[in-house]
Design a protein around this ligand. Structure first.
Ligand SMILES: O=c1[nH]c(NC[C@H](O)[C@H](O)[C@H](O)CO)c([N+](=O)[O-])c(=O)[nH]1
Length: 154
């Protein structure tokens, strides 16, 4: 049998990042983590494009546009949907998740889900550079691996 895997070598890869401004106390840290992860894996800063959107609900459209542009080998989506009193949480989180998955499958370009969906701000903080690490960094590693895996398969 043959194994096809996505290498961790990000040299030459072009990566788009869509980051939500809502909860920017959290999302700015996710962005820092993602940029650190890309750099640690050899992606040149010149090959990284960052697009800011108002909130996670707007991520699907811009991630789809970046993916379909043909200018990026992967797109990373960063946001923080924190369950507040409003049921905005359920609507936003579900739509963002579905929209991001659709952007990837419909474009054929890896679109990485780096949107925190937590009950509390503390949980989000812990996943944006706190005790549980930084989800942004993990999203960057997934982006490199998926971009290389798609290249290996195509
Ligand atoms: O990214 C988020 N956007 C949120 N709302 C804004 C939404 O994403 C859109 O930007 C807004 O509805 C305008 O379309 C959130 N809440 O309302 O709770 C949230 O927790 N996270």
């Amino acid at each position: 049998s043959r194994r096809v895997s996505g290498s961790l070598n990000g040299e030459g890869l072009r990566v788009g990042i869509v980051v939500a401004e809502f909860n920017d106390f959290i999302t700015s840290r996710l962005l820092e983590g993602a940029l650190a992860g890309l750099e640690a894996h050899g992606v040149s800063d010149d090959d990284v494009t960052i697009a800011s959107v108002p909130g996670s609900f707007e991520i699907p459209l811009i991630s789809k546009k970046l993916a379909e542009s043909g200018q990026h080998d992967a797109v990373i989506c960063l946001g923080a949907v924190i369950r507040g009193e409003t049921d905005h949480y359920n609507l936003g989180a579900g739509e963002a998740t579905k929209g991001i998955a659709n952007a990837s499958v419909s474009s054929g370009v890896p679109v990485i889900f780096g949107v925190l969906t937590t009950d509390t701000l503390e949980q989000a903080i812990n996943r944006a550079g706190g005790k549980q690490g930084n989800n942004g960094y993990g999203a960057a590693v997934a982006a490199v691996r998926m971009a290389n895996l798609v290249r290996a398969i195509d």
